[in-house]
Ligand binder design. Structure first.
Ligand code: AMP
Length: 458
């Protein structure tokens, strides 16, 4: 189980802490999420991009911001034999912007709409919903500044969760201004926080100097009390940011997408400007909700037992192009944590479509039959007929047992030299000895056996 924080066993190799196998039984969830993303991407005109797992370290330290948690503490950075510093990608937006410039996409008709799906790496303290290797899918629109795009991005992520049958979703939105208005707001906030420094935790005292907005993310109760009285950025937006935010909200209203304003939502990455958003699911779906969302829900009499992990987060990042490519490219996007979505799907008991399993089992008796059956198996494949086999086993009994386990409804007996003709077997719910269930195909037998897949022998 990927989600279990299993205690480390002493013996044998284990996957690295915070990194997990995705077992066959869990592949269906990932496949389902991928298919939903792919369909939605196609509908909204997004094209898929895969960027490398590792990038030059500077891409993240410059792009995400030197004093963010990710760059400060969470990057897997290593030096190659060629003495380059590389980092396992902790997020997808900076690599997408790098690829945008590297491939001259700024010269193509704008906007450029890209989506991705893959593994990401952050050296975090492993806990529920927080892993060191995790998967995200993301949608990014580059080269468009209209707030309509911000609303559409939120709508896309909302739709994906709805397609995955999430019922109660909480969309939180905020604006964190831009390089015009944020510096002034930061000053205001710093002077407020300095005044209350005694009431802050040690971490937040440090954040006041380095990244004061990050104090809003602190889970410590005393810091949240300080936060509750802090000046709110939406009251200090410049005219342009204010207009952008107002229009963004109007678009959401028009789309009838339910959202709530969280004036303390700031997101952990420095590159955001203007719009930021996060999406949670409520406990009715199995998890979710920020402190603000919890408060609102409890006021509304809804379930209170909410975890604090967002499923999806994103926003506008108009300055990232300037930082990474020296060209201002307005852009907006977001990313979803796939493990967190899978966890909620599991908790909800969501039925995930299973792959098509074979209904026919190809059994063989004797060495020559085995050889011929191997070839026959390939014939089935060419004709796109699914079937299972147990070529490693000689005994008929063992093979039929294997057929039972694979849940097939019919067994086809491959060619047998001594008999030189086809044998068929009806599948029985509980077979006992094997041989007594084998039916020799003869005149009229086809009628007795419901489904016969007849393969002509050479
Ligand atoms: P972020 O890139 O931090 O904005 O995160 C976007 C989404 O990715 C979050 O809302 C989570 O669902 C997911 N996520 C981020 N970090 C982790 C992690 N360490 N483990 C699992 N999921 C994560």
């Amino acid at each position: 189980m990927i989600m279990d924080l299993k205690p480390k066993r002493k013996k044998g190799y284990q996957s690295p802490q915070g990194m997990h196998d995705i077992l066959p039984s869990e592949q269906g969830y990932f496949r389902k999420i991928y298919t939903v993303c792919e369909d939605i991407a196609q509908f909204y005109g997004f094209e898929k991009i895969d960027t490398p797992i590792a990038e030059i370290t500077e891409l993240f330290s410059k792009g995400i911001g030197i004093s963010t948690d990710i760059v400060e503490k969470q990057m897997y950075t290593f030096r190659t034999k060629g003495r380059d510093w590389l980092t396992l990608r902790p997020e997808g937006t900076a690599p997408v912007v790098r690829a945008f410039f590297e491939h001259g996409m700024q010269n193509l008709p704008q906007p450029i709409k890209l989506w991705y799906f893959g593994p990401f790496f952050r050296y975090e303290h492993p806990q529920a919903g927080r892993f060191r290797q995790f998967h995200q899918f993301g949608f990014e629109v580059l080269g468009e500044q209209s707030p309509a795009i911000d609303a559409q991005i939120v709508q896309i992520f909302y739709n994906i969760l709805k397609e995955l049958r999430f019922k109660k979703l909480i969309v939180e939105v905020n604006s964190i201004g831009d390089s015009q208005c944020r510096p002034y707001y930061k000053k205001l906030l710093v002077s407020y926080l300095k005044y209350r420094a005694d009431s802050l935790c040690a971490n937040c005292k440090r954040r006041v100097r380095e990244n004061p907005l990050r104090t809003f993310d602190c889970k410590e109760e005393k810091c949240q009390r300080v936060r509750a009285q802090a000046p709110q950025i939406i009251n200090h937006l410049c005219e342009e940011c204010h207009k952008h935010f107002r229009e963004f909200l109007e678009f959401l209203d028009e789309l009838e997408l339910p959202y709530s304003l969280n004036p303390y939502l700031v997101r952990g990455l420095d590159y955001y400007t203007k719009t930021v958003f996060e999406i949670f699911s409520t406990s009715a779906d199995g998890s979710g909700g920020s402190a603000e969302a919890q408060k609102k829900l409890s006021e509304g009499g809804e379930e209170r037992d909410l975890s604090k992990n967002a499923l999806i987060g994103g926003g506008r990042y108009d300055n990232l192009g300037k930082i990474l490519g020296n060209e201002r490219i307005p852009a907006c996007g977001g990313a979803a944590g796939i493990e967190r979505i899978v966890q909620v799907l599991k908790e909800k008991g969501s039925k995930i479509p299973q792959p098509h399993y074979p209904k026919i089992f190809l059994a063989q008796l004797g060495n020559l039959a085995k050889k011929k059956s191997l070839k026959l198996f390939e014939e089935f494949r060419k004709n796109r007929i699914l079937l299972s086999e147990s070529f490693g086993r000689d005994s008929l009994k063992a093979q039929l047992r294997s057929a039972d386990r694979s849940g097939v409804t019919h067994t086809h007996f491959g060619p047998k030299r001594s008999i030189g003709r086809d044998y068929y077997c009806e599948r029985y719910e509980n077979w006992h000895s094997g041989d007594d269930k084998i039916r020799k195909s003869g005149k009229g037998d086809e009628k007795k056996i419901k489904k016969i897949i007849r393969i002509p022998l050479e």
